[in-house]
Design a protein around this ligand. Sequence first.
Ligand code: 8YV
Length: 312
Amino acid sequence: MKPRLLQHGRLLSSLEAAIAAEFDVHPLWKEADPQAFLARHGSEFSGLVTSARVGADAALIEALPALKVIASFGVGYETLDLESARRRGVVVSNTPDVLNDCVADLAFGLLIDVARGISAADRFVRRGDWERGIFPLTTRVSGKRLGILGLGRIGQTIARRSAGFEMDVRYHSRRPVPDVPWTYEASAASLAEWADFLVVACAGGAATRHLVSAEVLQSLGPDGFLINIARGSVVDERALVSALSERRIAGAALDVFENEPQVPQELLALDNVVLLPHIASGTRETRQAMADLVLANLRSYFTKGRLETPIA
Ligand code: 8YV
């Protein structure tokens, strides 16, 4: 008998097909009344497949009394109620590492874009403004100071990318990371004070909410740029909008927002802001690697009783 899985939210179509071929999967997102469905059928499912985007809250985990395993698509896990899962003895996996390169690549793409005005210059050409004048001078990237907030796997990949740009790197995280060549800064504010570019690469969730506060943005200063490829929740978005509108920081490049897909209206009119729709991991290669890892975790759990990439 195939294990019975509940699918919460849409997944990459190749992953949906692969899961359907190997498991007895039911798409909760197709149910008109998910609560009523769970009340009737919740006890049938031993596995839950979900994503970092939709997660799994305490109510969903409680509604699945036979649940043993949760496999999530994405590295972030602030939307998964790990405490409820732990209490129930449910094991949980995410998709770390396979997205480090693409997320770091995009962080650098954003950094260069906001410093050199690539998107703004593209709009300038398309508007026909080149016929009427020259594009203003921008800011050099090579040789500058790169501050990384959160030196996990993605943060370290970003730091390594910077060697090609001869940048000086420092970082701040909960505690100093052993055996890395980069200097630790004791606070987000001191890192921002030092940096020309502050890249947010830490985990989301309650522990990092609004870590990039009005004070940190003030420390970054009128020549500093903010780049966020982590979670919108890490940045106090209201404070960021004021800092940008009042030119108290030089610019921002954002792949993530506090209430996705809502983007603060004030940012749309600013030329020193780059806005992306949460696409850092969004290449075909990386999304497929993430899908493969979700499948590998489910297979490993149901055949060997252990996950490939459990969330510690
Ligand atoms: C995903 C992400 O696109 O991995 C994560 O945590 O934020 C992205 O890579 C998305 O969240 C998957 O649902």
